[in-house]
Design a protein. Structure first.
Length: 127
């Protein structure tokens, strides 16, 4: 269990996030996959989010991330999808809507953190 601290909080908040491109198109390959991964890693670093695991499949993204309590799962997903979608559209000239508006979020605490990481690792092996 990794306990983190801010000035006003002690926390262990881990989110398992999954989202897909519009119409679940299999476009997260090659250069687009690189762009999305780069944006996710840069965003996590910029906002001091700890990226615990990441798997980008052709038609969806799995992300396991630890964030401070001021960040809701919706804001984390919105930030990453917004930044990565804009960059992918600019680089590869996709339509205006790159990502599907929906997403999945699950929480992982000290007990299930390893289970989520193993699940994401297994997703990588299937690709």
């Amino acid at each position: 269990m990794t306990i983190k601290k801010t000035r006003h909080a002690v926390y262990n908040i881990n989110y398992h996030l999954v989202w897909c491109p519009k119409y679940r198109k299999k476009i997260l390959v090659g250069k687009v996959k690189e762009i999305v991964e780069q944006v996710i890693r840069q965003t996590c670093e910029e906002f001091d989010w700890e990226l615990l695991e990441l798997s980008i499949q052709a038609d969806h993204v799995h992300m396991f991330v630890s964030v401070p309590p001021v960040w809701s799962p919706m804001l984390v997903v919105k930030t990453i999808k917004g930044r990565s979608g804009r960059k992918a559209i600019k680089e590869k000239r996709y339509a205006e809507k790159f990502w599907s508006p929906s997403y999945y979020v699950g929480t992982g605490g000290h007990v299930s953190e390893k289970t989520v990481q193993q699940y994401i690792q297994n997703q990588k092996e299937e690709a």
